[in-house]
Design a protein around this ligand. Sequence first.
Ligand code: M1P
Length: 257
Amino acid sequence: MVSAEFASRPLGTKLVLFDVDGTLTLARQLVSPEMAALLRELRAKLAIGFVGGSDLVKITEQLQAPGTNVLDDFDFAFAENGLTAFKAGKPIESQSFIKFVGEERYKKLVNFILHYIADIDIPIKRGTFVEFRNGMINVSPIGRNATIQERLDFQAYDKIHGIRAAFVKVLQEKFADYGLTYSIGGQISFDVFPHGWDKTFALRHVEAEGFEEIHFFGDKTYQGGNDWEIFSDPRTIGHSVSNPDDTYRQLKALFFQ
Ligand code: M1P
């Protein structure tokens, strides 16, 4: 049985979870006013949440309308795959990457990564090559300070040259005993986190809520994409979208007929 808070909504036994980049917004861009309005209407019918790979600061930049708090607009807010988690705006206790890996082993990993990046020959490099987050590290050969245009250029270059795929292969071999998963989910980087700390991690925070259906919408739902695990998990009903406009269309068709 879902709590009274959700049961009072017309479709209150359902929860709809969304990936952020490529699903609710274009990569690293702001949510459109139309999508924000649709999410408000949807929330009047059922429970909604986001499950992003990015940290909460970045997701907030993308989803938060001026003068509001993003945590008030979603019933569940999961950043870093659910390693940072909120229900009804209140934090839910979670885990940390550094506790899992340990300082000494992490130092070996990050030193290797920085050496590897120093040696890669790619057209341009910017800054912030390793971003340390609560539940994962994010590694970018070009650097996270790249502009939108530099991102697009790198993404196209990487499609041809497989820079990230080759990097991941080396790390998988070199640090095979670390128990880490490498996920190429965005345009310029890949995420590194303990096995099982993919987006299905977020499901452990909603399991006890008693929802009869948990829907998940994502754009990287193919095997190897960072939405694959939660999309194909037996606990969810997965919906694959090609961009935010497609998400909008599918939501209209599913919940507003
Ligand atoms: O949400 C998808 C990914 O978005 C960003 O990737 P990139 O900067 O490469 O486009 C990152 O925040 C990444 O962690 C996240 O998985």
